[in-house]
Design a binder for this molecule. Structure first.
Ligand code: CA
Length: 230
């Protein structure tokens, strides 16, 4: 769980984001303009910020610069318009950690936020991830995992794929969500080819062969981690 601040003037989007991230287990505060966001940042401690750039009273870029002058390490994900290439570049130059172009899917937002929080070494998923069966355990910040307390040999990419599947166990994780996490991972410099995902899923399946866990291919949608033990 992380303490997140959403600064967004579009009421529908703001409420939708707050509800979704709240359901994902995060503690969420919201602000409808840059000045209110600034006040909240002055009075509370946050683990991450979702920041719209087009805001009334104080715009998002101004607030981003203000954040960077005071809190160098606070992860910030900016939201920009589809045609806002210059905004995106300016935002990243001003110290944003990642960006999403509107409209975006909630699944992608959650995947990118999770990756951003993991990178900042904050307990996005409470420090470790565990399957309901308790046999598989993953460190939430480093590429480490254990099956029945025996270390599993995983590459960075296998670990981030498995983290995403465990965090969403029993739900479908979209192919594009996995690829988005890989692409935003600074520890992962390998190119993401179109067949790469199948290859990594195949490898993970073999490593999980006797674990009572299966990675199911949900045709046209993505992958789902499920327990196979009776
Ligand atoms: Ca806006």
């Amino acid at each position: 769980m992380a303490h997140l601040l959403i600064v967004e003037d579009d009421e529908l989007l703001r409420d939708g984001l707050a509800a979704q991230l709240g359901q994902a287990g995060h503690q969420v505060a919201t602000a409808a303009n840059g000045a209110l966001g600034q006040t909240l940042l002055e009075t509370s401690r946050f683990d991450g910020v979702v920041l719209d750039l087009g805001l009334p009273v104080m715009d998002g870029m101004h607030l981003l610069r203000w954040i960077r002058q005071r809190q160098l390490a606070l992860p910030v994900l900016i939201l920009t318009a589809r045609d806002g290439v210059e905004d995106r570049v300016e935002g990243l130059n001003a110290g944003a950690d990642d960006y999403l172009t509107k409209p975006f899917s909630m699944a992608e937002l959650e995947a990118r936020l999770g990756a951003m929080l993991r990178r900042s070494r904050l307990p996005a998923f409470g420090g470790s991830l565990e399957m309901p069966t308790g046999r598989l355990r993953l460190d939430a910040t480093q590429p480490l995992a254990w099956l029945d307390d025996e270390p599993l040999e995983l590459t960075q990419r296998e670990w981030s794929l498995l983290s995403l599947l465990v965090a969403n166990a029993g739900q479908v994780v979209g192919r594009e969500d996995v690829l988005a996490v890989w692409q935003s991972d600074p520890n992962d410099s390998t190119n993401t080819g179109s067949n790469a995902l199948e290859v990594y899923v195949h490898r993970l399946r073999r490593k999980l062969a006797d674990s009572g866990l299966n990675i199911r291919n949900v045709r046209g949608l993505g992958y789902m981690l499920e327990t196979t033990t009776p």
